[in-house]
Design a protein around this ligand. Sequence first.
Ligand code: HEM
Ligand code: HEM
Length: 174
Amino acid sequence: MTRYHPALVALHWLLALMILGALIGGAFSLDPIPEESPDKIGVLRLHMIFGLAILALMVVRLIVRLRTPHPEPADIGNEALNQVAPWLHWLFYALVFGLAASGIAMALEADLGAIVFGGAPGPVPELDTLTPRAGHGLFALALALLIAGHVGAALYHQLVRRDRLMRRMSFRRD
Ligand code: HEM
Ligand code: HEM
């Protein structure tokens, strides 16, 4: 087995784009809008739909990952990093599920569904004081750092070790 299953490859790249979109949109578009602004509801609606779609695709991805054969762990040239890398891959799943769970918990606590999807009168209640809000922000920060390390590791494999690691996450058959 020299590469991941094509379904996992497709989900990897689709989810990479969607997760980056949700992280950037959440931090730079949603968070800065004050709750009392009429724009908040529309941006929140987009963020919640996007976040729930990420959750659904991540569940499909986890099932595909558990049920399809996959390549042996890659060798980055350092025993400690080799040991930790597979766990860091699982940490991606944990952080995305943590983000979705804390997002849904916020929505339930503040009854956001009624305002955002049910047409109940706004404005959106204060979000920063909600119990799961801090967790959502911390999970997002941890995920952003993990992605930065992951991209750095992929580039190190590809450009320094020249072991063609990117092929394992591609559709190429050669
Ligand atoms: C939001 C962004 C990303 C997430 C959440 C993510 C997550 C993951 C996960 C969990 C795996 C392990 C396979 C699996 O269990 O599904 C993986 C593998 C991989 N990713 Fe990403 N990834 C992201 C972005 C990227 C980017 C931008 C690159 C390229 C620069 C990349 C390159 C790779 C490669 C080459 C592998 C295969 C590693 C191996 O064979 O051991 N990923 N990624
Ligand atoms: C799973 C992917 C998700 C990602 C990557 C994500 C990302 C983010 C980010 C980066 C922020 C801003 C954090 C900060 O600046 O401290 C945020 C805020 C928020 N997200 Fe998410 N989120 C996701 C899912 C969800 C879901 C499923 C919901 C609700 C159903 C949700 C509801 C919220 C709410 C209510 C806020 C607070 C906005 C504010 O304080 O103005 N998120 N999210």
